[in-house]
Design a protein around this ligand. Structure first.
Ligand code: GGG
Length: 329
């Protein structure tokens, strides 16, 4: 039986996790699930934001389903991604019919390098009033993520990979990333390849998102551009993600713990539910994953949604609509 580690985390993470679990439960699948502590609340209770037991059980699981981290994000989700060696962060951004958004026809995927760059966590204060962060980029990790992006494009019927960097300023680090992508691109003659500076890419995402298909980029740029992509398709409540490594995988919404709305029961559960669907697909349950996405699409089209999307349903109310739709045929 597949083992799933559930880490709701902080704030709305707990609420959207309950909604996603309601949807998974309704499918009657047999999983061994264990719920684990991590995040700001865990820090208060255990004196550490990522208890040993959580890390250990997450490593031993077939997949981790993660909600959101608050102030302790660096010590929780970034640490988990590193400890579980999930070097890919896959973030699809797609417009759904019925959802008010800037562009109704966006369908792009951000492949974010997940193991290095500024998120390596090397920061120090050499003297009072001075803070330094180190950006680490290696050829090995850059080629590995480029390989993933091109293979993903080929396997998923995508036409183009765009490398996003800032090699005119960060000549060494971004230069190495761009050159690694160029090298890998040569092996994939069937996939179109182009390059953008990150500032230009940020503008073109707003002006003309259709020019992007698969984006491959470094860790920090990927984090920022995926929130921008969420803005194109209706907001952060809609973007799921998968962190994938050779042995482990973590599935989480792109949004964080949203303390401003936490506890109100109004958080949009779509991103969490789509993340759960990505997890099912990864575990080999492609049909069930497809059914969940189809049911969500229907509910979005009918406007049975949370207030951020213009509806009046609660988080669990929207999940119940998805469950009803899942079992309506
Ligand atoms: N589920 C997403 C989450 O907890 N986000 C908090 C955060 O700050 N994440 C940074 C990142 O995605 O790299």
């Amino acid at each position: 039986m597949k083992k799933i580690a559930i880490i709701p985390g902080d704030g709305i993470g707990k609420e959207v996790m309950d909604a996603a679990l309601r949807v998974i439960d309704s499918l009657g699948m047999d999983f061994e699930m264990v719920t684990l502590d991590a995040g700001d609340d865990a820090l208060k209770e255990h004196g550490t934001a990522l208890p040993e037991e959580t890390l250990d059980k997450a490593k031993k699981s077939d997949a981790v389903l993660f909600g959101a981290a608050g102030e302790t994000a660096a010590g929780v989700i970034i640490k988990l991604r590193q400890a579980l060696k999930t070097y890919v962060n896959l973030r699809p951004a797609k417009s759904y019919p019925g959802v008010k958004c800037l562009y109704p026809d966006v369908d792009l995927v951000i492949v974010r390098e997940n193991s290095e760059c500024m998120y390596k966590g090397i920061e120090f204060e050499p003297e009072a009033g001075m803070s330094v962060a180190m950006r680490v980029i290696t050829e090995k990790a850059s080629k590995r993520i480029a390989e993933f992006a091109f293979k993903y494009a080929r396997d998923n019927g995508r036409r183009k990979v765009s490398c996003i960097h800032k090699a005119n300023v960060m000549k060494k680090t971004c230069g190495l990333f761009r050159d690694s992508c160029r090298e890998v691109a040569k092996k994939y003659q069937d996939i179109e390849y182009d390059e953008y500076y990150v500032d230009a890419a940020a503008m073109f995402l707003v002006l003309d998102p259709k020019r992007f298909d698969v984006i491959v980029t470094t860790n920090l740029f990927g984090d920022i551009l995926s929130d921008e992509a969420a803005g194109l398709v209706g907001g952060l409540g809609l973007l799921p993600s998968a962190n994938i490594g050779d042995e482990n995988a973590i599935f989480e919404p792109v949004h964080g713990s949203a303390p401003d709305i936490a506890g109100k029961g109004i958080a949009n559960p779509s991103a969490m539910i789509l993340s759960a669907a990505m997890m099912l697909e990864y575990l080999g349950y492609r049909d069930e994953a497809g059914q969940i996405e189809k049911a969500l699409e229907h509910v979005l089209l009918e406007g049975k949604v949370t207030p951020d999307l213009g509806g009046n349903l609660s988080t669990m109310g929207m999940a119940e609509e998805i469950v009803r739709e899942l079992h309506s045929t």
